[in-house]
Design a protein around this ligand. Structure first.
Ligand SMILES: Cc1cc2nc3c(=O)[nH]c(=O)nc-3n(C[C@H](O)[C@H](O)[C@H](O)COP(=O)(O)OP(=O)(O)OC[C@H]3O[C@@H](n4cnc5c(N)ncnc54)[C@H](O)[C@@H]3O)c2cc1C
Ligand SMILES: NC(=O)c1ccc[n+]([C@@H]2O[C@H](COP(=O)([O-])OP(=O)(O)OC[C@H]3O[C@@H](n4cnc5c(N)ncnc54)[C@H](O)[C@@H]3O)[C@@H](O)[C@H]2O)c1
Length: 451
């Protein structure tokens, strides 16, 4: 066994881990980084980026279908193998590029699953790494469902790398992954069923705006079963039968592929946290407001594995910056919980920031709610988009925006203007004063806010 010492050991090479390691090295610290999978993390190889390449193709199909008979004649279709090859031009170079970049910066790389040996020592393969600080940035993995036939499920990584797209697909779950994959698969020609245990899908999003999206999905033949909990899967790789419980009845539905879209949990399984006295709960490593382990001060956690913030890429980098600043300068930077914009990349996309109407009511906020279906607005009509809409929540007393929920082409970009406004406490009337280029989706903002 070789024993080496570093100022900092980082576990995980995704958006969170990379941010910490590179900033520490830049500050002159000796740094080791470890990953059990090809270097580069989820977002760039198995998440956001490859997913959005596929969404790009789905958007072309959607837009062409909308404009059929309105100037567009040929009906495009997706060649799945070609699309996968295009996707791989983004994902394949990531591991080598990441590792080369680390080497160039003087960060020492280790491959394998990291395990704590004690409070400040990590084992990876035959190496023992001793550290002043250790940062856990191990991300998340699909939540075990503990049901018979679970091994027949393909996870999101498998879906994003399918060599061919089967004719019938079932998505277990009704959150981000189910909705995004449903649109990709349906636009590529598959028959798609979503089986969701909740009474409504995308529970974290505004109910009214989600209902506009559901209408759009039904319009392209995506079937959504609600209050339906998957209890078993049987069959084989080519044809599987999913058993689900809906109300008091047990039902089945079959498909060629069943995809796990039923949530992700912090990836701590191999870490042996007990050896290092590190507390973790259902939502991940328990950290204080400085993102430091509450039970082992040599350890910090950031990204999906930490029990603070949403499991989204911008948060992973943001939390990584907080962690490294606190390690380098002593605890001084707090996780402040600023509103985070997020988009479900359906076609059209659903984007959201801040409070939903339900949450505002629970908090007793006095808000002006403006909500409208907008398929008759010029921005939607120009591209014959069948369903779009929005809801904004503005504090009645301060005029500040407390929530925005948008559905429609361009909403994935427009939501960032709301983020800018909310971050800098701009009032609705200040935003209405801004001149936006016309005709753009952003120029609709003026009509989404109360006068
Ligand atoms: C299909 C999908 C689509 C997504 N789309 C979006 C999107 O559009 N926008 C968005 O904001 N977010 C999206 N996300 C979420 C986003 O990918 C994550 O929030 C983000 O990647 C988390 O970064 P991280 O650095 O915390 O973890 P990761 O990037 O997951 O990195 C963690 C790394 O740690 C490694 N690791 C784990 N355990 C160990 C161990 N014991 N030893 C060594 N290494 C270990 C893993 O192999 C992994 O490489 C998506 C996620 C998925 C699954
Ligand atoms: N665009 C994005 O930003 C994006 C895209 C994909 C994933 N992500 C991240 O990845 C995380 C995981 O995504 P996800 O879609 O897997 O999780 P999710 O938490 O968004 O949704 C999972 C849903 O599955 C349901 N479910 C659980 N068990 C079930 C069962 N047995 N039968 C039927 N339904 C069941 C749950 O009620 C839950 O609502 C997200 O929380 C998000 O942070 C983000």
């Amino acid at each position: 066994m070789s024993v080496q010492s570093f100022d900092l050991v980082v576990i995980g090479t995704g958006s969170a881990g990379k941010t910490v390691a590179e900033a520490a090295r830049e500050a002159g610290k000796t740094v080791a980084i470890i990953d059990k999978q090809p270097f580069g993390g989820t977002c760039s190889q198995r998440g956001c980026d490859p997913k959005k390449v596929l969404v790009g193709a789905a958007e072309v199909i959607g837009r062409a279908a909308q404009l059929a008979g309105k100037g567009i004649t040929a009906e495009p279709s997706i060649d799945w193998a070609d699309l996968m090859a295009f996707k791989r031009t983004f994902t394949d170079p990531i591991p080598e590029n990441t590792e080369q970049k680390f080497a160039g910066e003087g960060i020492v790389s280790f491959h394998g699953a990291a395990t704590f040996a004690d409070k400040t020592t990590i084992r990876v393969g035959d190496d023992e790494l001793r550290a002043g600080h250790i940062v856990i940035a191990t991300g998340a993995r699909p939540r075990p469902l503990d049901i018979p036939g679970e091994e027949l499920l393909v996870d999101s990584t498998g879906f994003l790398d399918l060599p061919a797209l089967p004719a019938e697909i079932i998505l277990v779950g009704g959150g981000y992954i189910a909705f995004e994959f449903a649109h990709i698969a349906a636009r590529a020609g598959a028959a798609v069923t979503i089986i969701h245990s909740g009474k409504r899908p995308l529970e974290g999003f505004d109910a009214d705006v989600v209902s506009f999206l559901v209408k759009a999905m039904e319009g392209i033949g995506i079937r959504i079963l609600l209050n339906a909990t998957v209890t078993a899967i049987s069959g084989n790789d080519e044809k599987a039968t999913v058993t689900y419980k809906q109300a008091d009845s047990i039902q089945t539905v079959s498909a060629n592929l069943v995809v796990h879209a039923a949530g992700r949990v912090a990836d701590v399984a191999e870490l042996a946290l007990d050896k290092a006295d590190i507390e973790a709960g259902k939502k991940g490593i328990t950290v204080n407001k400085y993102l430091q382990s509450v039970s082992n001060p040599a350890v910090y956690a950031c990204g999906d594995v930490a029990d603070k913030g949403l499991p989204l890429t911008p948060l992973a980098g943001y939390e990584g910056n907080i962690v490294i600043e606190n390690i380098l300068n002593g605890n001084n930077r707090l996780f402040d919980g600023s509103p985070v914009p997020t988009t479900v990349f359906t076609v059209p996309p659903l984007a959201s920031i801040g409070l939903t109407e339900e949450q505002a009511a629970e908090e007793g906020r006095d808000v002006i709610v403006t909500c409208q279906e907008t398929s008759e607005w010029y921005s939607a009509k120009r591209i014959n988009e069948p369903v779009s809409g929005f809801k904004t929540l503005v504090d009645r007393h301060t005029g500040q925006i407390v929530g925005a929920h948008l559905l429609g082409s361009g909403s994935d970009e427009v939501i960032n203007l709301f983020a800018l406004a909310m971050k800098h406490n701009l009032s609705a009337s200040a935003i209405r004063d801004v001149l936006f280029a016309y005709p753009t989706h952003s120029s609709d903002i003026n009509y989404m806010l109360p006068a």
